[in-house]
Design a protein around this ligand. Structure first.
Ligand code: CP3
Length: 344
């Protein structure tokens, strides 16, 4: 299927584009009343994720309702721990909770490398439905959590400000840490390949907790596994977004990935200098900027576009859009990118 709007793919590959493509991390979700309506019709988040027809519907909503240049498959990074044998619950207003966690090497015996084709068929079924429904209108982004970020949840059992339990293991049992990270990595590679086979046009790794490690530990416990995944994914362009991983930017420039995501605290010019001109950069407006007035959103968005320049940039926020953001303000951000002309 030929894509009618392939701006995102061309920008990722460093090809010339007529204008900067734009989408938002966490665009498929609570910001839209239309999402909340579908969400209210099921028993919980996981039912939505595991019902391909509904997951497909909410994946496409931001394309129709916001006008973004890409869809991202509605799912969660935590489907991988679950497919490895560690169930999670999504608790209303709290977030994910794992009733069982990984505490020692013998807990690893209870886990398996995920059989993505079998256990995550609900995701690939949803991808196939989305691709059919989109009919080439925009590309579809597949995704997975980076191994380090999934490790954090599997050890800690829930979100945490410090993830100190997960970091503790790096000192007390680094061997176990590597074994688990390796299992997550193998699971993720087959999972991303299944997503690509089903139709994902580009894939993104989310290392949401990359910023809590120092440079040496980031290299050993996160970057190494991201590198393995990037080397294995040769079929479509891949994006790496590691929130807060400032010191990792230089090494990221030699990863086998096309695009590097920046969070809103990463200076654009400095990041470009560190990373060089062989990668596309994605980001990085502060999600809070969308709480400002329309005028202020336009000013901030144009300033961001000018700083990135017209080549090798995918416009996005510096992290996921916050759930209480007004969709009209999101549209203002998107329309500002779409109507922007350089040197105007
Ligand atoms: O981007 C998209 O729109 C696609 C769907 C998507 C979800 N989660 C749906 C979701 C994506 C790409 C994710 C990724 C994800 N999930 C990350 C990495 C990105 C990031 O924000 O750092 C992380 C860390 C998770 C884990 C997770 N899932 C948490 C911590 C929570 C609770 C807090 C929150 O953001 O709501 C979730 C729940 C979740 N995942 C919701 C959605 C739409 C909200 C649940 C609901 O609707 O009931």
């Amino acid at each position: 299927m030929q894509l009618k709007n392939d701006l995102l793919i061309r920008a990722a590959k460093g090809e010339k584009v007529e204008r900067t493509p734009v989408w938002l991390m966490r665009q498929a979700g609570r910001i839209l009343p239309e999402y909340r309506k579908v969400r209210a019709s099921v028993s919980g988040f996981k039912e939505l994720v595991k019902t391909p027809e509904l997951a497909a519907e909410v994946t496409i909503q931001p394309v129709d309702l916001l006008g973004v240049d890409a869809a991202i498959i509605f799912s969660d990074i935590l489907v991988i721990p679950e497919a490895m044998g560690l169930d999670y619950e999504m608790v209303e207003k709290t977030g994910p909770v794992f009733p069982k966690t990984i505490n020692n090497a013998s807990d690893l015996d209870q886990l398996r490398v995920a059989d993505a084709a079998r256990d995550l068929a609900y995701v690939t079924d949803a991808i196939q439905l989305v691709k059919k429904e989109l009919n080439g209108r925009v590309p579809l982004i597949g995704f997975a959590g980076a191994p380090w970020t999934l490790f954090c949840y599997m050890i800690e059992g829930s979100g945490s400000k410090t993830f100190s339990k997960a970091r503790k293991v790096l000192y007390t049992d680094p061997q176990m840490a590597h074994k688990l990270l390796d299992m997550i990595t193998q699971s993720t590679i087959t999972y991303l390949k299944c997503q690509i086979d089903a139709g994902a046009d580009i894939v993104q790794l989310f290392d949401s907790w990359g910023g809590i490690l120092g440079d040496n530990q980031y290299n050993e416990f996160s970057m190494k596994y991201i590198e393995t995944i990037c080397n294995a994914i040769t079929e479509v362009p891949i994006t790496v977004f590691a929130k807060g991983a400032y010191l990792a930017r230089e090494k990221m420039s030699s990863l086998a990935c096309e695009t590097i995501g920046l969070d809103w605290n990463m200076d654009i010019a400095e990041s470009r200098k560190i990373i060089g001109d062989q990668k596309t950069l994605q980001g990085n407006l502060d999600p809070c900027a969308l709480y400002g007035s329309y005028d202020e959103i336009a000013i901030q968005t144009k300033s961001m576009l000018n700083q990135f320049g017209s080549h090798r940039h995918i416009a996005n926020l510096g992290h996921g859009v916050y759930p209480d953001t007004n969709p009209d303000h999101v549209r203002c951000f998107i329309d500002t990118v779409k109507n922007f002309q350089f040197n105007s």
